[in-house]
Design a protein. Structure first.
Length: 134
């Protein structure tokens, strides 16, 4: 499935005393199209569900799986061999809805080589008055 990753383009640095992280105030995001596997209704961290005739569905949580060699070819793997994203600032758009990272890990291996990264996502719902905006 094709999703859009909004990669933060902000500058982070340690202050002159070497103690505090300083982040620039205006963060720009670069939209990047990625091909991923999306697994919906897989895990639950709290009971947010929608009842349907076929059962309950959790539309709030998703897991995405990213193929390491694919990301490496695109230049999004760090020198340490991990997905080069900022879990605190970056976000993902999947089927028109905004999702935030709530955890990430390596997911599949062959011997010692990582094949897949897994990112657990939570839908970002912004409430404005009586409306909920995706």
């Amino acid at each position: 499935m094709s999703i859009t990753w909004y990669r933060s383009e902000e500058l982070e640095r340690i202050d002159d005393d070497g103690e505090d992280l300083i982040v620039t105030s205006n963060t720009n995001f670069t939209p990047i199209s990625l091909q991923v596997l999306v697994q919906a209704n897989y895990f639950r961290t709290w009971p947010i569900s929608v009842e349907t005739q076929s059962g309950e569905q959790d539309s709030q949580n998703l897991a995405i799986y990213l193929h390491k060699p694919y990301l490496d070819n695109l230049g999004y793997v760090t020198s340490a061999g991990y997905f080069d994203f900022n879990p605190h600032r970056d976000y993902f758009i999947i089927e028109g809805k905004k999702y935030l990272s709530k955890g990430d890990t390596t997911s599949a291996h062959a011997n010692t080589e990582t094949l897949l990264f897994q990112i657990n996502l939570l839908r970002d719902e912004i409430q404005s008055g009586n409306e909920v905006n995706p």
